[in-house]
Design a protein. Structure first.
Length: 292
């Protein structure tokens, strides 16, 4: 199940409130575009800035549209492991395929503490758990040996990895490796990655799928040529705090509002101008089929 291009979907806002209609339209468009799955309540979805009732409304809106068509992962977060466990038990009422679980934020446990943290989450559900190694947000990183031990737990099945220097070592473990750093997508695939959970899939899921398909078919050089042509766009999408640039690019087509929730500020006018150019670059790439 956990392969291909997964979308950590943004949470559209309008006048400070969650725009459920826009979220469901975006979910439908994304699912119809051929993504492998959706991640609700992700970092890109500004989940940490959503109120409790908003989180539930967002998950309901996404599963209403996506469930039965593609799998939906529910993102977890916070600092208290017991709160993670309570969240798992609460969110299991929805039709979710599993949970995306990071280390606890701020408290910076050692590796033994991280092992305990993920053991508690896995024990709280029979559904799959995807580890989320994102040290620039949590302040602590999952070491390869810790991931190896966690992979022995039946329902810990994959890892979204954001540190490219560890891709090769992680790719050798009996766990599905998914890319969590968009511009390192090809590196992850070369290390044995099965896909990625990539915010850029909002605007170029088709091109990311082409790179993956070329790589799987043995056309590594063609995959590299294609990826390098739009890699600058991926970098541009993260020059502002995520998801400001993603939302601004979607807003160019009127798909959602560019609005973010403070303290994340909307993309600047200068960045929007760059995104307009980036959109043209992607359109030009789509006009030329990848050549193996």
């Amino acid at each position: 199940m956990f392969e291909g291009i997964w979308l950590p979907i943004v949470t559209p806002l309008r006048d400070g409130e969650v725009d459920i209609d826009a979220l469901q339209r975006l979910t439908d468009e994304s699912v119809s575009s051929g993504i492998a799955g959706v991640v609700a309540l992700s970092t890109t979805g500004e989940a940490a800035l959503l109120r409790g009732v908003e989180r539930l409304a967002v998950l309901q809106a996404i599963t209403d549209v996506a469930a039965g068509r593609v799998p939906v992962l529910a993102g977890l977060g916070g600092s208290d492991t017991q709160a993670f466990v309570q969240d798992v038990r609460s969110l299991e009422r929805w039709d979710v395929a599993g949970f995306l679980a990071p280390p606890p934020s701020f408290v910076c446990p050692d590796q033994a503490g991280l092992l305990w943290h993920f053991e508690q989450i896995a024990a709280a559900t029979a559904r799959p758990v995807v580890l989320y190694d994102v040290p620039h947000r949590t302040g602590v990183s999952l070491e390869v040996d810790t991931v190896r031990r966690l992979a022995e737990i039946d329902n810990i099945v994959a890892i979204k990895a954001c540190v490219s220097e560890r891709y090769e070592a992680l790719g050798a473990l009996p766990i599905t490796l998914l890319c969590g750093t968009d511009e390192a997508f090809l590196e992850c695939l070369e290390a044995g990655g099965a896909g990625g959970i990539l915010a850029s899939a909002h605007v170029c899921a088709d091109l990311l799928r082409d790179v993956l398909a070329l790589r799987k078919a043995g056309y590594g050089d063609a995959a590299q040529r294609l990826f390098l042509r739009f890699k600058p766009v991926l970098r541009l999408l993260f020059t502002a705090p995520n998801p400001a640039a993603i939302k601004a690019m979607l807003a160019l087509d009127g798909r959602i509002s560019h609005e973010t929730r403070m303290p994340i500020r909307p993309a600047s006018p200068a960045l929007v101008t760059q995104l307009e150019f980036a959109r043209a670059v992607l359109d030009d790439l789509r006009a030329v089929a990848p050549v193996a």
